[in-house]
Design a protein. Structure first.
Length: 68
């Protein structure tokens, strides 16, 4: 994934059961999707969202391997 900044930044994430529904719900509340679905090194399907109000970024992730 390419970074838009020259320096590292913290990117909090939330794990969700249904990534499409979570993304649609976030967009209804004003979020903007910056990056479509991707698979990360941990096997998580990920989307990156930006919340418009404060410009914060958060990653929504759905695990293919549920935690036990």
């Amino acid at each position: 994934m390419r970074r838009a900044t020259a320096r590292p930044l913290w990117l909090p994430y939330v794990e969700v059961a249904q990534i499409n529904e979570a993304t649609e719900g976030a967009c209804r509340f004003g979020a903007t999707v910056l990056l479509g679905p991707r698979k990360g090194p941990s096997g998580l399907a990920k989307r990156r969202l930006r919340v418009r109000r404060r410009g914060d970024r958060v990653l929504a992730a759905k695990s293919e391997r549920p935690w036990r």
